[in-house]
Write a protein that binds this ligand. Sequence first.
Ligand SMILES: *Cc1c(COP(=O)(O)O)cnc(C)c1O
Length: 429
Amino acid sequence: MQLVNLKDASEQVSFAQAVKQGLGRNQGLFFPTEIPALDDIDGLLALPFAERSIKILSSLIGSELGEDMVAEIVNTAFTFPAPVAQVTDNVYSLELFHGPTLAFKDFGGRFMAQCLSRISDGNPITILTATSGDTGAAVAHAFHGLDNINVVILFPKGKISPLQQKLFTTLGDNIHTVAIESDFDACQALVKQSFDDPDVREGLHLNSANSINISRLLAQVCYYFEAVAQLPAEKRDQVVFSVPSGNFGNLTAGMIAKTMGLPIKRFIAATNLNDTVPRYLKTGEWAPNATVATMSNAMDVSQPNNWPRIEALIERGYLDKSVIRGESVDEEYTQLAMRQLLKEGYTSEPHAAIAYRAVSHDLEPGEIGVFLGTAHPAKFRETVENVLGTPLSLPQPLADCANKESLEAELPADYEALKAHMFALLKGE
Ligand SMILES: *Cc1c(COP(=O)(O)O)cnc(C)c1O
């Protein structure tokens, strides 16, 4: 697989390089120079999830890793299902929250961890990342116990929910967590400073594992196929996917699936009040506003970092812009949608509810809608209980860690203090 830097076409890299590097020069995203079309889609849809995913990913990655290695990676990473639940006559939910940290980020995080541990060939790596919740947990679980890889996760002390925090601070072993006495922006600034410091970047072999890594996107292509495989065969050419979007990685993956031949009729880019993309699709003007805080906080993004890849899919003629419609849903309609879903017998959380609202609003006769269930409702327990007025029980992974001891260190938002801490921890200095 060859990838090109979208900001500098003279930089072309292999899949392995793109996974290790994350971003290209000038912060450019890597994009495949070629997206293969799959033949015999019906035959593919008849296969079990892992077997089908091996074929899809082998076709994307090509001979670089070899089908045996791709099979090992998939069989280790995709160990939980992505079931489709019927919610109304013509609307379904694709539940992506049955992994160890109960959010769709488990698919990309686990696939990336397995790729990186094989690509790095036993050379030591340090994953350094800042989190406001979901990403940290997915990355921590994905890399836990892998040889020669250490993980350092920074989070703002006291600013994420106690349960969310326990999902990644209780693991121990190669997973090191640090509560920073400040906010999320300060954590991100410390990560950036570390990457800018050659002592740390080279001394500790840093990698960010963030959401722009190409391996995470490729993994996500697979569950769009899994969704269509579970729908009634006669409806398969009428499917509209509604994607609750923040950085737009999920939507990018869906569009790659369509490019490869999956019969998706169109997409809805569903956002909360951070509506840069829906406004752009209506007016043609890219005009991000300041980010506002909402109940669907994983989507509180006004400058989505994957959007250039969607533009590239359109500019390179793979898909027409008309395959995406935008829809922004405010806080009141988000709550209304959660209550409507409960009336249909389906308990959901704010992110998925936004996508449900957008699709139930927009479907045309004969179409069927699939909204992505990006997180388990218990991950947003307080909000869900407040809006729905019913208590939620904790699923096993959350119940398991609720009583474990938190192992994080605490540091002020001070770069030298963090640097000294990391060298002491990882180099025994
Ligand atoms: C990360 C996340 C999103 C947004 O996904 P993108 O790929 O960034 O658009 C939506 N919902 C939940 C629960 C998330 O954790």
